[in-house]
Design a protein around this ligand. Structure first.
Ligand SMILES: Nc1ncnc2c1ncn2[C@@H]1O[C@H](COP(=O)(O)OP(=O)(O)OP(=O)(O)O)[C@@H](O)[C@H]1O
Ligand SMILES: [Mg+2]
Length: 591
């Protein structure tokens, strides 16, 4: 939320109103729950009133009234049970639905957030929001809401009864109201502040454990155990510390409110016991009054107790709303992206990640449909950045990126991305079967034959065939059960199945053995046919066969042309070539 931080109270209230807004769709269920709790509440003061009834019956010696008493008690509890069930059931239904809606909304939002969001926020913190924070909202929505409605109804019922019985006497109870309100207000602010810290600590825990688990190899080989242990310990201690502060705040505020209540009660009893007042009240009335007033302590206690949960939920809701209010990827294009020819153009593109360091400078390049353009250059020269602009993972600050002569913004985002197949520098595989990894997402329903065909093109069929369950073999988290070369070929098969007019290959630099290298090279050559291909190349043969080679340095094109011409020019390309490809050239003589 973007509420000014100087107004935390207002922000808290606004967040709560927004959270309540989610219950609107379920107002009928909510109303039922309230009816249930109101019924339940009536049985409280009715219980006190029963005492009056029996005392008066005893005094009057009315046997038939006395005989009715046990039945009345059972009846009272039956009604209380029914009311309580209806209230609890429907309130939980509302609350659980709100949490479901909130969680789904948060996840949907995450899927539409721009790449930069994922770069700026750790996956550990993001998933902690989805899992932990949303669950905290449940606390506010279920427990707190239930308590507020139920105990609130009880308190109002009892107060009404007290005022009805003797309003003058009852007025003294209200004197403590403002003090209690002030106390609760101060405590609420503190609860919210502490809860935010606890939630942040949870995100840290999630983040650190994720890194320690995901990077277990580095941790093990670099003796990172002690460092990770210390890091996790600090976050855990922070969690402990802040949680204890919450407990202390709660443990102080509840008794304080209780003491206030007790003082009021004492005052009421003292006044009630003054002969001038006692004289006007019957013993039955007096007992019922004192009992009802005493009963008030329980709901007040529950209400102050639940405040902590409520504030924790509000703090969690605020963190969820923060994400919901993030800017989604802009998607305003209307031009149809079907049947593109696949012409790609960068026109005077300037780009920077941080607003300061330029990464692409005045970059212009036109790629005709069906051409293969190789991009080479030193590490960090901006090659990956350049190709990431095409599917709009990032937006150029100035200049234009065009497909078929129209800015990429003119096309609907999903449709435009359908036209681009991408094999990235880092392959990502899902913890699913081989087939599901090739036919992922919108291609989920492709027939098995198509999947096999794609695998054959990618030179992956042979190794897949030999896996324990063939195409139905599970690959493990991020394909951990496959070799590096196999993972790459699966990624290529995924791109082949997509059959898009534009192909982007960001070759991995990792050294592969000769056989994998050969297969991947052969796979790439097949895939590049009949498509516009932008290949960030490290393999000699890919480059040699390219229609055009672009040499990048510090975000600019420093040289371009065909392989032989560039070599002859004896510039940066020749330099890169002799350095980077010396090894390969040895066993693959140049033409
Ligand atoms: N998400 C990011 N946020 C900020 N800076 C980035 C980001 N990604 C890359 N950079 C910076 O942008 C510059 C270009 O990076 P890029 O990944 O495009 O290089 P590259 O040419 O693909 O290098 P390599 O050959 O090593 O893959 C680098 O200086 C890098 O530090
Ligand atoms: Mg790169």
């Amino acid at each position: 939320m973007n509420a000014p931080s100087g107004l935390p109270e207002l922000a808290g209230w606004a967040s709560y109103k927004r959270l309540l807004g989610y219950t609107k769709a379920y107002w009928k269920l909510f109303a039922l729950a309230v009816v249930g709790f109101v019924i339940n509440a009536q049985t409280q003061w009715a219980g006190a009133n029963l005492l009056k009834y029996i005392i008066e019956a005893i005094q009057a010696g009315d046997q038939s009234a006395k005989n009715l008493f046990p039945l009345m008690i059972i009846g009272l509890f039956v009604v209380r049970g029914i009311g309580s069930f209806i209230g609890t059931y429907y309130m939980a239904m509302v609350a659980r639905n709100v949490v479901y809606k909130l969680r789904m909304e948060l996840f949907s939002k995450l899927l539409t957030l721009p790449t930069s969001y994922y770069h700026l926020h750790s996956s550990g913190h993001i998933s902690a929001k989805l899992i932990y924070n949303v669950e905290q909202v449940t606390g506010a929505a279920t427990e707190a809401l239930k308590t507020i409605v139920r105990e609130g109804a009880v308190a109002i019922g009892l107060l009404s009864y007290l005022f009805y019985t003797n309003w003058r006497l009852s007025l003294s109870l209200l004197i403590v109201g403002p003090f209690a309100a002030l106390l609760v207000r101060v405590a609420s602010k503190r609860f919210r502040k502490l809860s935010k810290r606890v939630q942040h600590a949870m995100g840290d825990l999630n983040h650190i454990s994720g890194e320690a688990i995901g990077g277990y190899q580095v941790v093990k080989t670099h003796g990172g155990e002690i460092f990770e242990h210390g890091r996790f310990n600090r976050a855990s201690l922070e969690n402990l510390k802040q949680s204890m502060k919450v407990v202390v705040t709660s443990a102080i505020s509840t008794p304080l409110v209780q003491i206030l209540m007790a003082s009021a009660m004492a005052a009421v009893i003292w006044i009630a016991l003054q002969p001038s007042i006692t004289g006007n009240i019957s013993p039955g009335e007096f007992v019922a009054y004192i009992t009802a007033a005493g009963m008030l302590a329980a709901p007040v206690r529950s209400l102050t107790d639940v405040n902590e949960k409520l504030q924790r939920g509000i703090a969690a809701a605020q963190s969820v709303f923060e994400v919901l209010d993030e800017q989604s990827e802009q998607d305003l294009g209307t031009r149809s992206a079907q049947n593109l020819r696949g012409e790609v153009e960068f026109r005077q593109v300037n780009f920077t990640y941080d607003g300061k360091t330029p990464v692409l400078k005045d970059f212009s390049l036109l790629i005709k449909p069906g051409q293969t353009v190789a991009i080479v250059g030193r590490s960090g020269s901006g090659k990956t950045t350049l190709v990431n602009l095409l599917p709009r993972f990032y937006e150029a600050q100035s200049g234009q990126v065009l497909i078929d002569g129209h800015p990429v913004h003119d096309y609907p985002l999903t449709e435009m991305r359908q036209q681009i197949a991408m094999v990235g520098q880092k392959v990502f595989l899902f913890d699913d079967t081989v087939a599901a990894n090739i036919a992922y997402g919108a291609f989920r329903d492709q027939p098995r034959e198509a999947v096999i065909e794609a695998a054959k093109t990618a030179f992956a069929h042979d190794f897949i065939k030999d896996l324990p369950a063939g195409y139905d073999t599970l690959v493990g988290q991020d394909g951990m059960q496959l070799s590096g070369g196999q993972r790459q070929r699966l990624a290529i098969a995924r791109a082949v199945l997509k059959n898009a007019p534009i192909l982007i290959l960001d070759e991995a630099t990792s050294a592969l053995d000769n056989e994998s290298e050969f297969f991947i090279q052969a796979a790439l050559e097949r895939v590049m046919q009949n498509r516009t291909t932008l290949v960030i190349a490290h393999r000699l043969s890919t480059i040699e066969n390219a229609d055009w080679i672009v040499v990048m340095d510090k975000g600019r094109i420093v040289e371009q042309g065909r392989h032989a011409d560039l070599l002859a020019a004896d510039g940066m390309y020749a330099q890169l070539h002799s350095r980077d490809f010396a090894e390969e050239s040895a066993d693959e003589p140049l033409a």
